[in-house]
Design a protein around this ligand. Sequence first.
Ligand code: FES
Ligand code: FES
Length: 151
Amino acid sequence: MRIKFKLNGKEVTKEVEVHKRAIDFLRDDLKITSIKEGCGEGECGACTIIVNGKTVHSCLMLAVELDGKEIITLEGVEDSIKMAFVKAGAIQCGFCTPGFIISTKYLLDNNPTPSEEEIRDALEGNLCRCTGYIKIIEAVKIAAKGCENND
Ligand code: FES
Ligand code: FES
């Protein structure tokens, strides 16, 4: 089936098998390898992308469901958010990082000045085995400050 959608602001038209998952299509066919597969079951958040303004697990979605949608992956996220993760030292192995950055973008797009509790709630669906989360929370606070300063 031929599908057409916007990926990080660019129109994409591509043939896809109807049973292919969105994560496999984006990683294998479009080489968006920032999307990671941790659990493959909607539990870890490593495969999180934004589809029409909402975060979704691309491991639980079919590629054909992307038809007509606007997709944002790590590649489409503003550098200020990515740099906040670097500044806070919130990246260790980095496997979970794209998913956390996508969830952070979603949070800040909808709530530019989140409380710590709101940050924790927003990141609830993302798991990290390495950092203990404290530096990730710090990264989101730095990113939020950056957004504030840009306003
Ligand atoms: S790989 Fe999709 S939620 Fe874990
Ligand atoms: S930095 Fe390794 S899983 Fe999060």
